[in-house]
Ligand binder design. Sequence first.
Ligand code: CP
Ligand code: NVA
Length: 327
Amino acid sequence: AVNLKGRSLLTLMDFSTSEIRYLLDLAKDLKTKKRSGIYNYQLRGKNIVLLFEKTSTRTRCAFEVAALEEGAHVTFLDSNSSQMGKKESLEDTARVLGRFYDGIEYRGYEQSVVDELARYSGVPVWNGLTDLDHPTQILADLMTIEEHVAKPLNKVKVVYVGDTRNNMTNAWMFGCAKMGMHFVAVGPKELSPSEEIMARSQAVAQETGAILEFDSSLTGVEGADVIYTDVWASMGEEAQIPERVKLLTPYQVNAALLEKAGNPDVIFMHCLPAFHDFETRMAKEQRDKGYDIREVTDEVFRSRHSVVFDEAENRMHTIKAVLVATL
Ligand code: CP
Ligand code: NVA
């Protein structure tokens, strides 16, 4: 039987296929229970701290709601509200937080920070996004695929289109490798997946039967069950917007690209937040400078193929599963 008590979730690469399966099944069970108004308060008396060095809507709220619904208490700290990294080292911070809290969530830049928090705190640490990885997002995405695609995960083809060098691409390669899936990263050669991440994922894929590919041509989309995209410039990369728009405009997810899948049941997914119109301040500012940063059209975003809000909801159920399983 799977037992994840005391484990950190720094990357899905640390988890076996059956451990990931266990988390997905637990999330499904917790979602069903919530819908029926059943709460088991499995984290009563626990305290959790949420450390955010980057902004967040879904991840922060998912952790807060998940914890509170299970009876745990949360403390939220953004980068301006603690001594961490400025007046106090990471090691000392981790040791102190480990004395107060039963678990620590961290979102920020370097993967080494989340790894070190786990090393020194002595309590489970959960990666809420780094420049390298976004493992809790993949759990929600896999759950959503299982809800909307009538095939087992190891028969599903996910095509990620856009910036194929970012944290979401890495997280997808890890997740698909572990679950034996077919993953195609479609993007410009200049932004092709990191060779190191690809090699690590391929090593796992050899054991699970996963297929992991990169294709700079849009024909890579053919036969997709899932078309996935993410912003063209991740948090912290805003200065690169002009270059990214130039490279990625041909890879915008629009009706013509969706059509190339040749699958009437193809679903569209996005971790969100998404630029699909010019309603946000950032999209407007960039448009005024001459850059169209929409990675997906509003038409596709609002189409019957789009499952983005089910996906967003599943962040909460899967994060709750991670908390219940590891605490
Ligand atoms: N998908 C996701 O991580 O969203 P937030 O940045 O709002 O947490
Ligand atoms: N790649 C994006 C994901 C946001 C959830 C970023 O890092 O900003």
